[in-house]
Design a protein around this ligand. Structure first.
Ligand code: S3P
Length: 450
C-alpha cells in the first residue's frame, strides 16, 4: 500500500537505448534543511530548485504548523519567513511527516530546545523506524519523549524550557542524528559538541555556517568534532538547491545496463559525503564522466554523463565508503546483478532501518529475478550474472520504499522479461517526475493497468 493513497502497480520492460538529458529534481537532504533553517532564521529565505516531493512538502507543512510563513511561487521557487532561533510556536495539530525519517528527526531536533510540545506521526514505514537514536541525545538537552514501545511513532516531544548544551558522540553513522543534535544545540546556551566517528553527509554543517552560525569542524583521533555555539541569530539566505545525486543514480545506473545508452544528468551535487556511488561504479568499470565541475551555493556540482558499460566487474565496496552512498546500495545491487562476479557490500547495517529493510527487500526481489544473493546482519553479496543474463519476469513488493520501487524498475529495463512492482506510489516522496523523465529517455516504465 502507498502511504498516500491506493497502490499504483508499475511495470518496466526492455526497450531501445536510453538517450538524452535527464533533469532530476532538487536534493532531498538540502531541501528539508532549507525549509527548516529558513524557518529558524530572521528575514526571508528564498529557495530555488526545491524538491517538491511528498517528503519535503510534509516538512513544509510542519514548518507552517510551528509558526513559519512559507510561500510556494511555483517551479521549485519558495520563500520562508522564519521565526528566529528558539521561536517555534506550539503546533495545534499532530505533525504528520509521512514517509520521511529526515523530516521527523530533524524537526524533532529543531523543536527539542523550545518550551513547547509536539506530537509526531507518519506512515506505516516511518512508524516502524527507530526514534530513540534521536530522542536519547535530545533528552540530554532536557527534552522528554513519550512514544510507543521501542521508541516508535506516534510520539510526543516536550521541549526543554531551560536547555543545557550537550557533548554527544553519535553511536551510529547517521547524518539525521547528527543534524537533530546540532539543530537542538541552536537554542541551547554555550557550545554543543557533536562527534561522529565516520563522516556522514555534512549539509547541515555547511548550511548552518551559511546562515551565520558559529560552527567549527575538526578531524581528530576521536572522529569529526563539530562545535556549535548556541543561540546565534540565523540570517535568511538565498539558496540554490543542487540536483539530487541519489535521484541521479537511477537514470545513471539505467544507462550503464541498457545497451547503447548515453545519458547526460546535469547539475548534480557531488559533495564528497554523497558521491560514493559514482566512485564505486567507476571502480566496476562504468563509463561515467564528470563534465564542467564547478561550485554552486557552497556545494560542488558537475554534469554527469553515463554510457552503456557492458564489461562491468563485481568489486568489494570499502565499508568506510558506506555513509557516502547509503541510499544508493539498492540501485548498486541492480548494477551488480549485471556485472561479472560478486559485489561485496560490508558495514551496511543501517540499510536494515531505512524506509524498509533494504537488504532483505533487494535480496528477495533479486533472487526472484534469478540472481544469487548472500546476506548477513551488516553485509550482503550479489553474485553478478553478467550483461544479458538476468531473467527478471517477477513481481516485487516496494514496501513503502521509493528506492526499492525505482531500483527494480531500473532492473526491468535490462532484464530478459518485464518486472512488476506492486506499488510505485512511494516514488512520489523523492522523485515525483521519475516516470516521465525515464520515458523521455526512451525507457518503458508504465503504470501496469494502463
Ligand atoms: C539523510 C541521511 C541518511 C539518508 C537519508 C537522508 C539526511 O539517513 O539515508 O535518506 O538528509 O540527513 P541517516 O542519517 O539515518 O543515515
Amino acid at each position: 500500500m502507498s502511504g498516500h493513497g491506493d497502490p499504483i502497480p508499475m511495470m518496466s520492460r526492455k526497450a531501445g537505448p536510453l538517450h538524452g538529458v535527464a533533469h532530476v529534481p532538487g536534493d532531498k537532504s538540502i531541501s528539508h534543511r532549507s525549509l527548516i533553517l529558513g524557518a529558524l532564521s530572521v528575514g526571508e529565505t528564498r529557495i530555488t530548485g526545491l524538491l517538491e516531493g511528498q517528503d519535503v512538502l510534509d516538512t513544509a507543512r510542519a514548518m507552517r504548523a510551528f509558526g513559519a510563513e512559507l510561500a510556494d511561487h511555483g517551479g521549485g521557487e519558495w520563500s520562508v519567513h522564519g521565526v528566529g532561533t528558539g521561536g517555534f510556536a506550539e503546533p495545534e495539530q499532530v505533525i504528520d511527516c509521512g514517509n520521511s525519517g529526515t523530516g521527523v528527526r530533524l524537526i524533532m531536533g529543531a523543536m527539542a530546545t523550545c518550551p513547547i510540545s509536539a506530537t509526531f506521526t507518519g506512515d506505516a514505514s516511518l512508524c516502524a523506524r527507530p526514534m530513540a537514536r534521536v530522542t536519547d541525545p535530545l533528552a540530554l538537552f532536557g527534552a522528554r519523549a513519550h512514544g510507543r514501545r521501542g521508541g516508535r511513532l506516534p510520539m510526543t516531544i516536550t521541549g526543554a524550557a531551560d536547555p543545557v548544551p550537550v557533548r554527544y558522540v553519535v553511536p551510529v553513522p547517521s547524518a539525521q542524528v547528527k543534524s537533530a543534535v546540532l539543530l537542538a544545540g541552536l537554542n541551547a546556551p554555550g557550545q554543543t559538541v557533536v562527534i561522529e566517528r565516520e563522516a556522514t553527509r555534512d549539509h547541515t554543517e555547511r548550511m548552518l555556517v551559511g546562515f551565520g552560525a558559529e560552527l567549527t569542524v575538526e578531524d581528530t583521533d576521536e572522529g569529526r568534532v563539530i562545535t556549535l555555539t548556541g543561540q546565534p541569530e540565523l540570517r535568511a539566505q538565498d539558496i540554490v538547491v543542487p540536483r539530487d545525486p541519489s535521484s541521479a543514480a537511477f537514470p545513471v545506473c539505467a544507462a550503464l545496463i541498457v545497451e547503447g545508452s548515453d545519458v547526460l544528468v546535469p547539475n548534480i551535487g557531488l559533495n564528497p559525503t554523497r558521491a560514493g556511488l559514482f566512485t564505486t561504479l567507476q571502480e566496476m568499470g562504468a563509463d561515467l564522466t564528470f563534465e564542467n565541475p564547478r561550485e554552486e551555493g557552497g556545494e560542488p556540482v558537475a554534469d554527469l554523463r553515463a554510457k552503456f558499460s557492458p564489461d562491468l566487474k563485481g568489486i568489494e565496496v570499502p565499508p568506510e565508503r558506506a555513509a557516502s552512498m547509503i541510499d544508493e546500495y539498492p540501485v548498486l545491487s541492480v548494477v551488480a546483478a549485471f556485472a561479472e562476479g560478486p559485489t561485496v557490500m560490508r558495514g551496511v547495517r543501517e540499510l536494515r532501518v531505512k524506509e524498509s529493510d533494504r537488504i532483505d527487500a533487494m535480496a528477495q526481489g533479486l533472487r526472484k529475478a534469478g540472481v544469487e544473493v548472500e546476506e548477513g546482519e551488516d553485509w550482503w553479496i550479489v553474485h553478478g550474472r553478467g550483461f544479458g543474463n538476468v531473467s527478471g519476469g517477477m513481481t516485487v513488493e516496494s514496501r513503502l520504499d521509493h528506492r526499492i520501487a525505482m531500483s527494480f524498475l531500473v532492473l526491468g529495463l535490462a532484464s530478459e522479461k518485464p518486472v512488476s512492482v506492486d506499488d510505485g506510489g512511494p516514488i512520489a516522496t523523492s522523485f515525483p517526475v521519475f516516470e516521465p523523465l525515464m520515458a523521455a529517455l526512451g525507457a518503458r516504465v508504465e503504470r501496469a493497468n494502463h
